[in-house]
Design a protein around this ligand. Structure first.
Ligand SMILES: *Cc1c(COP(=O)(O)O)cnc(C)c1O
Length: 229
């Protein structure tokens, strides 16, 4: 199934009007499909798998902003550290430490979003609100956030439950926005929340109504995926 250019143009206009950043999720899709959206002006692309991202980065234009949106294993951070634009799924303090040390080696500062667990499903990764607060406050284990000079936490990311229940999805997004708002005033050298990444093909309109300013959209633009992973 080819890239849906018409959908892209309509969606892109809608989101621009609302100041919502569109991350086109191109996982499992060929470089030709990415290039097709690039040619229409899209620059932010999201990938879930390190190996696939590294290969695509090498093959495609250098001004693409690559978002890593999947679950990132610590031992793979080094492969994407030289070029990744934003890591959405930071779900442990140890991962943040590893990103910091790999970013240092590349002489970069890497922007990150902390992934919050908002869904009822237990399989989705992320912090709960208490853990987030612990990272921010001076719980001894976390005091070093200020000393991690090569990462910058610029926002939060979350995924709603995989469900047909729109009220449930809405309440989960609303909860994430509430967590975001209650920490937005907090500002340190490398922590300042401005980005709220929530919403996918099936639920992005609800997410935007609930305050998202970054959506991650795949199948709506690229068609359904055949999972090979
Ligand atoms: C695959 C994926 C998306 C995009 O999903 P669609 O339903 O195809 O829009 C968004 N976010 C994450 C974390 C994903 O893994």
């Amino acid at each position: 199934m080819p890239v849906n250019k018409e959908s892209y143009l309509v969606l892109n206009n809608q989101l621009k009007e609302k100041n919502v950043c569109l991350v086109a999720v191109s996982k499992t899709k060929p470089v030709e499909d990415i290039q097709a959206l690039y040619d229409l002006g899209q620059r932010d692309f999201g990938e879930n798998y390190v190996q696939e991202l590294v290969e695509k980065e090498a093959a495609l234009p250098k001004d693409i902003r690559w978002h890593f949106i999947g679950h990132l294993q610590r031992n793979k951070v080094k492969y994407i550290a030289p070029f990744v634009h934003l890591i959405h799924g930071v779900d442990s303090y140890k991962l943040l430490e590893e990103i910091n040390s790999q970013a240092l080696k590349c002489n970069r500062i890497i922007d990150c979003l902390l992934q919050m667990h908002i869904a009822i499903e237990t399989t989705k990764f992320g912090f709960n609100e208490e853990e987030l607060v612990n990272i921010l406050k001076t719980v001894p284990k976390y005091q070093q956030l200020n000393t991690m000079k090569n990462v910058r936490v610029i926002g939060l990311m979350g995924m709603a439950s995989f469900s047909e229940n729109k009220d449930l999805i809405r309440s989960e997004f609303r909860n994430l926005k509430k967590i975001f708002d209650s920490n937005v005033a907090l500002s340190t050298i490398n922590f300042q929340l401005s980005t709220l990444s929530m919403g996918m093909s099936g639920d992005y309109t609800i997410a935007i109504e609930e305050g998202s300013n970054m959506v991650r959209i795949g199948s709506l633009l690229f068609g359904e995926r055949n999972y090979t992973h």
